[in-house]
Write a protein of this length. Structure first.
Length: 222
């Protein structure tokens, strides 16, 4: 009688051991299944669709390019002054044919080969060029500030104004930028004309030596 009870107890223990092993196996399978689902989610795919990602290089390729500035080309860079169209408001790097540069002055002005148009040349940073407004006026139209004080329309003085500079980091080079500026018809008479260059100062503009040629540059004294 005692031996039978012992055998039954041993069988029961073996039964319980097998049941525990089965439960442990089911638990391990469940953990592995959950881990597989988590890994699938992080790969960017899911049921019914997919999640797309892009690398920094792909983002750069789809980013918009900078717009062209006034008188510039489609890539946003200024054309060479020798190649730009001779029209009011156009600007170019360097000097047009027939103009002599200066390393001592920051601004100068000359007649262009076309009647009624000026070349306004500014020397400064190539990354932060200074442009002139496309239209010049006769006189300052009344009271003004800076070096242009007292200039009035009755004086017959041409006034050129400059586009306000934008904030930014500028290179320390010294290169010319040329802007084409239109003047009132009555100011292009073939005679010397005083020109007020915004608040920078005044120069005496000399006429062209011949039709179809640019005039000499009147550089502002530094």
């Amino acid at each position: 009688m005692r031996i039978e009870r012992t055998n039954r107890s041993g069988a029961a223990a073996r039964t319980l051991t097998r049941a525990g092993a089965s439960a442990l196996g089911i638990g391990v399978i469940a953990v592995l299944a959950l881990a597989g689902c988590a890994q699938a989610d992080t790969s960017g795919s899911q049921t019914g669709g997919s999640v797309s990602t892009s690398s920094p290089e792909e983002s750069d390729m789809t980013s918009p390019s900078p717009s062209a500035s006034d008188g510039g080309s489609e890539d946003g860079k200024l054309p060479e002054a020798a190649d730009m169209e001779l029209a009011a408001g156009n600007s170019g790097r360097g000097l047009p044919p027939g103009l002599e540069g200066s390393t001592d002055s920051t601004v100068g002005v000359a007649w262009s080969p076309e009647p009624g148009l000026l070349y306004v040349v500014t020397n400064g940073s190539s990354s932060c060029p200074t442009f002139a407004e496309p239209q010049a006026t006769i006189g300052s139209g009344g009271e003004s500030s800076g070096k242009s004080d007292g200039v009035a329309a009755a004086d017959g003085v041409l006034t050129v104004t400059f586009v306000p500079a934008e904030d930014g980091i500028c290179t320390m080079d010294f290169v010319p930028t040329t802007t084409v500026v239109e003047v009132p018809a009555e100011s292009d008479t073939g005679q010397p004309v005083p020109v007020q260059l915004d608040d920078k100062g005044k120069v005496e503009l000399q006429p062209r030596s011949a039709d179809g040629e640019p005039g000499p540059v009147a550089w502002l004294d530094s």
